[in-house]
Design a protein. Structure first.
Length: 101
Protein backbone atom coordinates (compact mmCIF):
# COMPACT_ATOMS: atom_id res chain seq x y z
CA UNK A 1 0.00 0.00 0.00
CA UNK A 2 2.81 2.38 0.91
CA UNK A 3 4.66 1.54 -2.33
CA UNK A 4 1.55 2.26 -4.39
CA UNK A 5 1.19 5.74 -2.85
CA UNK A 6 4.82 6.57 -3.55
CA UNK A 7 4.45 5.43 -7.17
CA UNK A 8 1.28 7.52 -7.58
CA UNK A 9 3.00 10.60 -6.11
CA UNK A 10 6.01 10.11 -8.41
CA UNK A 11 3.71 9.69 -11.43
CA UNK A 12 1.76 12.86 -10.56
CA UNK A 13 4.97 14.86 -10.06
CA UNK A 14 6.33 13.57 -13.38
CA UNK A 15 3.12 14.61 -15.17
CA UNK A 16 3.22 18.07 -13.58
CA UNK A 17 6.87 18.45 -14.60
CA UNK A 18 6.21 17.33 -18.18
CA UNK A 19 3.21 19.67 -18.36
CA UNK A 20 5.40 22.57 -17.25
CA UNK A 21 8.04 21.74 -19.84
CA UNK A 22 5.33 21.54 -22.53
CA UNK A 23 3.91 24.96 -21.54
CA UNK A 24 7.38 26.49 -21.55
CA UNK A 25 8.10 25.23 -25.10
CA UNK A 26 4.65 26.29 -26.25
CA UNK A 27 5.22 29.82 -24.92
CA UNK A 28 8.39 30.14 -27.01
CA UNK A 29 6.19 30.21 -30.10
CA UNK A 30 4.83 33.60 -29.05
CA UNK A 31 8.27 35.23 -28.96
CA UNK A 32 8.41 37.69 -31.88
CA UNK A 33 10.83 36.76 -34.65
CA UNK A 34 13.66 39.14 -35.40
CA UNK A 35 13.97 40.77 -38.76
CA UNK A 36 16.60 39.58 -41.20
CA UNK A 37 18.54 42.81 -41.16
CA UNK A 38 19.30 44.82 -38.08
CA UNK A 39 22.20 46.73 -39.57
CA UNK A 40 21.74 50.33 -40.67
CA UNK A 41 24.11 52.77 -42.29
CA UNK A 42 24.73 56.25 -40.88
CA UNK A 43 26.84 58.57 -43.03
CA UNK A 44 28.67 61.16 -40.97
CA UNK A 45 30.36 63.06 -43.79
CA UNK A 46 31.36 62.71 -47.40
CA UNK A 47 30.47 60.00 -49.88
CA UNK A 48 29.87 56.33 -49.08
CA UNK A 49 29.34 53.72 -51.79
CA UNK A 50 27.37 50.46 -51.60
CA UNK A 51 27.60 47.37 -53.79
CA UNK A 52 24.83 44.78 -53.39
CA UNK A 53 25.18 41.17 -54.48
CA UNK A 54 28.15 41.75 -56.73
CA UNK A 55 26.20 44.34 -58.71
CA UNK A 56 27.03 47.91 -59.55
CA UNK A 57 28.39 50.36 -57.01
CA UNK A 58 25.95 53.12 -56.06
CA UNK A 59 26.06 56.04 -53.66
CA UNK A 60 24.67 55.00 -50.28
CA UNK A 61 22.24 56.99 -48.14
CA UNK A 62 21.95 57.28 -44.36
CA UNK A 63 19.36 54.94 -42.90
CA UNK A 64 19.80 52.22 -45.51
CA UNK A 65 19.43 48.66 -44.23
CA UNK A 66 22.48 46.53 -44.84
CA UNK A 67 22.37 42.84 -45.70
CA UNK A 68 24.79 39.94 -45.86
CA UNK A 69 26.99 40.31 -48.92
CA UNK A 70 26.78 44.11 -49.06
CA UNK A 71 30.08 45.90 -49.66
CA UNK A 72 30.62 49.41 -48.27
CA UNK A 73 33.36 51.80 -49.32
CA UNK A 74 34.08 55.24 -47.92
CA UNK A 75 35.70 57.88 -50.11
CA UNK A 76 38.47 60.32 -49.30
CA UNK A 77 37.48 62.55 -46.35
CA UNK A 78 34.37 60.43 -45.66
CA UNK A 79 33.26 58.74 -42.46
CA UNK A 80 30.31 56.49 -41.69
CA UNK A 81 28.97 54.12 -39.05
CA UNK A 82 27.22 50.76 -39.27
CA UNK A 83 24.65 50.56 -36.47
CA UNK A 84 24.12 47.00 -35.23
CA UNK A 85 20.83 46.15 -33.51
CA UNK A 86 20.51 49.74 -32.28
CA UNK A 87 23.16 49.15 -29.62
CA UNK A 88 26.64 49.05 -31.16
CA UNK A 89 28.31 50.73 -34.05
CA UNK A 90 31.24 50.11 -36.32
CA UNK A 91 32.93 53.33 -37.41
CA UNK A 92 34.42 53.56 -40.86
CA UNK A 93 37.13 56.11 -41.56
CA UNK A 94 38.04 57.48 -44.98
CA UNK A 95 39.19 55.04 -47.68
CA UNK A 96 37.76 52.00 -45.87
CA UNK A 97 36.14 49.00 -47.49
CA UNK A 98 34.13 46.30 -45.67
CA UNK A 99 31.91 43.37 -46.65
CA UNK A 100 28.96 42.39 -44.43
CA UNK A 101 29.09 38.67 -43.63
Amino acid sequence: MKKARILIIIAVLALVFLGGVFLWFWSLGSVPKTQNSELKLAINQGAVYLTRGGGFEEQARSGMELMVGDKLRTGKGSTASVLAYGMADLRLDQNTEIIIE
